[in-house]
Design a protein around this ligand. Structure first.
Ligand code: AMP
Length: 397
């Protein structure tokens, strides 16, 4: 059975066609610059040359039409017609407090996605367009919504409530949601298996460290806490996001720099994080290079990043009352052995011991702790598309 996975951003659309008989990727691709001049589709099918189409894509509807054409193309395609696609799984950012479990899309699901536009102003409108475009292109084929907030929605009240007047939670569902949900769901589930832990009781901390970074604590794959909040701004220091700051910082910058709240929020989202501290780059490879060349602010940015992750691991080990496994994932987590080593150097008190030779790895599933380490530490590449495809299969079977 083949499942199409769609991930719509505000001006992009990523897709993967996955054969669920062996969980292999049959084809994948990316539509870029949707609604902007210079849009193009890049399509890659197993065993075939890459196929690039440069054509105007005014909306996500056009993008989906082009994806369908590419998938059925005589030379570069992989299916004869769209009836070979059993179902479509969509990554959808936000369902407020209404939905947390993945669900087959119906009119009510679309209404909720729409009602949550202000909680996910960049993603929810694009996600809805992607769903409606698939409904049009493949009438009768089920569409499944997999929520990026789904994992975090399982946090207990004490972890998701902000300590602000309760009426804001009641009136506006203003709470912590958490993001990167499909990644945390996938990696925590795989970590339980890889570390041979009790599937119902294993205590796992997942460090999703990339351009956007978040960390989660879970027991038996169920979220106990996660670092992103109402929006992805909260928590760890990221490429361009500040992570946790005293909210009074916003007022202070507004007053000193004569800016409004929206401008300061834009600074916290797009000009802060390791980019803000270093003034060099948001990219960890650039930062590593600059630090090696003696750039002190790049070094400080990396130190602050590592320290914040270690601080959260400490907090989450307390929240879980112990930890069985720590998994590193995403661009930095999977590739940056120095960051992993530096983070783990704070964790001796937990009995964490890293095997330097094993840690010398990139982008592959590997145990990096010594056999004697009290906590199993691993690199576990995330696969959000596969997580979405598995959820989709579960719902349509
Ligand atoms: P992501 O958002 O998960 O795609 O991660 C992107 C981040 O991963 C960027 O900051 C990259 O610099 C970083 N990254 C990718 N490969 C490496 C590497 N080999 N060493 C250090 N950082 C890396």
């Amino acid at each position: 059975m083949k499942i199409l996975v769609i991930n719509c951003g505000s001006s992009s659309l990523k897709y993967q066609l996955i054969d669920m008989d062996n969980e292999s990727v049959v084809a994948k691709g990316l539509c870029e610059r949707i609604g902007i001049e210079g849009s193009m589709l890049t399509h890659k099918a197993a065993g075939k040359e890459d196929y690039v189409v440069e054509k105007a894509m005014p909306t996500h509807v056009t993008a989906i039409e082009m994806v369908m054409e590419a998938l059925q193309d005589a030379t570069y395609g992989v299916i004869k017609d769209t009836s070979e696609i059993a179902a479509v799984g969509h990554r959808v950012l936000h369902a407020g407090t209404v939905y947390s479990d993945s669900i087959i899309v119906n009119e009510d699901v679309k209404r909720v996605i729409k009602e949550c536009f202000d909680l996910g102003p960049l993603h929810n409108p694009a996600n809805l367009m992607g769903i409606e475009a698939c409904e049009k292109a493949m009438p009768g084929t089920p569409n499944i919504a997999v929520w990026d907030t789904g994992f975090g929605m399982k946090m207990p009240e004490k972890a998701y409530l902000y300590a602000i007047p309760y009426e804001y939670f009641e009136k506006y569902s203003l709470r912590r949601y958490g993001f990167h949900g499909t990644s945390h769901m996938f990696v925590s589930g795989e970590a339980l298996k890889f570390a041979n832990l009790d599937p119902g009781k294993g205590k796992v901390i997942v460090c999703h460290l990339g351009n956007g970074s978040s960390i989660s604590a879970s027991i038996g794959g169920k979220c106990v806490d996660t670092s992103m909040g109402l929006t992805p701004l909260e928590g760890l220091i990221m490429g361009t996001r500040s992570g946790d700051v005293d909210a009074a910082v916003v007022q202070y910058i507004c007053n000193k720099e004569n800016k409004d709240v929206n401008e300061v929020l834009n600074i916290l989202n797009k000009k802060s994080g390791v980019l803000g501290i270093s003034g060099v780059s948001s990219d960890f490879r650039d930062l590593g290079k600059a630090a090696d060349e003696g750039n002190e602010r790049a070094k400080t940015a990396l130190d602050a990043f590592v320290y914040r992750v270690a601080k959260y691991i400490g907090a989450y080990a307390a929240a879980l009352n112990g930890v069985d496994a720590i998994a590193f994932t995403a661009g930095v987590g999977e590739n940056d052995m120095k960051a992993r080593k530096d983070i783990c150097s704070y964790l001796g008190y937990l009995g964490v011991e890293i095997d330097d030779e094993a840690n010398n790895c990139r982008g592959k599933r590997q145990m990096i702790s010594t056999p004697d380490s009290k906590v199993k530490v691993m690199v576990l590449p995330t696969n959000e598309e596969l997580a979405i495809a598995r959820e989709t299969l579960r719902l349509v079977q």
